[in-house]
Design a binder for this molecule. Sequence first.
Ligand code: TMP
Length: 239
Amino acid sequence: MTRLERLYEGKAKIVYATDDPDVYIQDFKDSATAFDGAKKGTILEKGRMNNAISSRLFTLLEEAGVRTHFLGLDSPTAMRIRRLDMLKVEFVVRNVVAGSLSKRIGYPEGTALKKPPLVEYYYKDDALHDPLLCLGHLEELGVVTPEELAEATRMARKIDEELQKFFAARGLILVDFKLEFGRDPQGNIVLGDEISPDTCRLWDAETQEKLDKDRFRRDLGGVEEAYAEVLRRILAEEE
Ligand code: TMP
């Protein structure tokens, strides 16, 4: 597959056009940011590790009947993906209280939710710093139809169920994660973006050790080691 022009460069990935108008290439970078870009750094080998982790998880979800944009590996740091028209909404799915939810409702990190999962919607708008949206805000903005919202939310819950099962068998607790969906040319809602320690909170089930980007965000050290450990467990058979 031939890489053509660079269509988009984000904080952690570059998307390229290819000679097939319906296929893009998504290349994962080692660079990392946090707090809306205020903190910047590099996580060695992150591009390769997140490509491998995302590829495995997209494959798992496809096998479970979830439509994703994943088509196959392109290189150690890149995957071939379907062209999607991305929704301007980020979906955050939470099983355990952490991060901004802990600040928002005052529960300590690690508190179990009464009725997990909790699904939150954020507006993908850099100028507004991706604010949390209520359902009424989504309706007003019209960035997603009620049918699309219902379908993406149903898929987010199914993804949570499948990923929790997979991670639990590998000694990991899926605390929370962020998903992005898009429309394919036929108008179907399809999972896009990535699923990796950049976009999930994963805690060791025995020790509660953080094995995700919070190690970078909070200067906990052992960042590369945590990503490598997640990759190792994901590629392993059940423990
Ligand atoms: P939060 O607790 O900071 O709202 O994050 C919830 C989850 O979403 C966590 O797993 C990290 C992920 N996330 C992203 O992938 N990108 C983002 O820009 C933010 C704010 C969170």
